[in-house]
Design a protein around this ligand. Structure first.
Ligand code: FAD
Length: 310
């Protein structure tokens, strides 16, 4: 039986920081759902929230609009994702200036996936940035930004081996990356082994685990392999038979994610990035489990008992 001694200490939430990832909504209905999610997560005072950038810049306008709304209507610090796909260096530099004019100081710098889709052979734009490392370099030249990059505990599917993969991470760090956020994973041993490899390579930036609460197991199983993440048999078994039982699916998902996060805390992790899929419930539940509570005065008004306020 696992010893949860550390994660059960009182006040643990004050030692943990979190960030949340959103994607830009495509429709009014999705927009309403995103803002409901933002409103529920804002009082948890994440270190930052990030907004993804669609393949080939397909969400450029929507990403910008979402980031602007976060800046103007919330107390949250937004990080804009940016990719190199299908764009010249000049075009990417223009997007960087648009974000900085808005007041953005944080970026998540990525190469991105081929326009033809994950799995196709990536061809850098002949006049563009070739990979995440070059994009980090361009951002660093443009300003003193907080720059996050990707990391792959199971290695990126295109990398022939871990050494090549970690070499790319090293190049991103050498060019100015301040933090790496991992691809999601379900086996914490893989993450721990990866961090050991990264440290052995002389990389000392935080490697923040990306946690994917499983809102829809069938979908996760479908895109995991392409994303370079393995779905263990035990995880499939836990969700087996729940396709038409959303309530139990949600309870199991919360339990699975809490188990993963609590185990990571026991291993010394104190910073988490949640892939929210624009849904609040599971992220709120997991944050609550690890002692992160809504802060009075942050975001939505929270009723305070008069005795506590006195
Ligand atoms: P890089 O860091 O440049 O490379 C990743 C690895 O792939 C390297 O280790 C390198 O060894 C290998 N590699 C790179 N290029 C080649 C090549 N030509 N040949 C052989 N090997 C190569 N995608 C989006 O479109 N929008 C997003 O907003 C987005 N956000 C993400 C956020 C996080 C935290 C993560 C982990 C991923 C995100 N992705 C996003 C997915 C990402 O774009 C893909 O995984 C993409 O395939 C690689 O981008 P990268 O920045 O990791 O690439």
């Amino acid at each position: 039986m696992k010893n949860f001694g550390f994660s059960r200490r009182s006040g643990i939430g004050g030692k943990i920081s979190v960030s949340f990832e959103f994607f830009p909504p495509k429709s009014e209905e999705m927009e309403a759902r995103l803002w409901d999610t933002v409103t529920r997560l804002e009082p948890l005072q994440p270190e930052f929230v990030s907004v993804t950038y669609g393949a080939g810049g397909s969400t450029r306008e929507r990403t910008a609009r979402t980031v602007r709304r976060i800046l103007t209507e919330t107390s949250l610090l937004p990080a804009a994702h940016l990719t190199c796909v299908d764009a010249t260096c000049g075009e990417v530099d223009k997007v960087i200036s648009e974000f900085t004019d808005m007041g953005v100081t944080r970026f998540v710098a990525l190469r991105g996936d081929p326009v033809e889709g994950v799995g196709a052979c990536y061809q850098p734009h002949p006049g563009g940035y070739a990979n995440g490392a070059e994009l980090v370099g361009a951002l660093k030249k443009a300003g003193n930004f907080d720059i996050s990059v990707s990391a792959y505990p199971e290695k990126h599917p295109e990398s022939p081996d871990f050494a090549t993969d970690i070499d790319m991470l090293k190049r991103k760090v050498d060019n100015g990356a301040t933090r790496a956020i991992t691809q999601f994973f379900f086996d914490n041993d893989l993450y721990e082994r990866y961090v050991e490899r990264v440290r052995r390579a002389g990389i000392y930036i935080p490697i923040v685990p990306g946690v994917l609460p499983v809102h829809n197991f069938a979908q996760v199983a479908n895109f995991s392999a392409r994303a370079g993440a393995h779905v263990p048999a035990w995880l499939a078994e836990r969700f087996d038979g729940l396709q038409n039982d959303p309530q139990t699916h949600a309870l199991v998902a919360a339990a699975v994610a809490a188990e993963q996060v609590l185990d990571l805390i026991e291993r010394g992790v104190d910073d988490f990035h949640f892939y929210t899929m624009n849904r609040a419930d599971l992220s709120v539940a997991i944050c609550h489990m690890i002692g992160i509570r809504a802060q009075v005065g942050a975001g939505a008004a929270i009723a305070v008992p008069s005795s506590a306020a006195a």
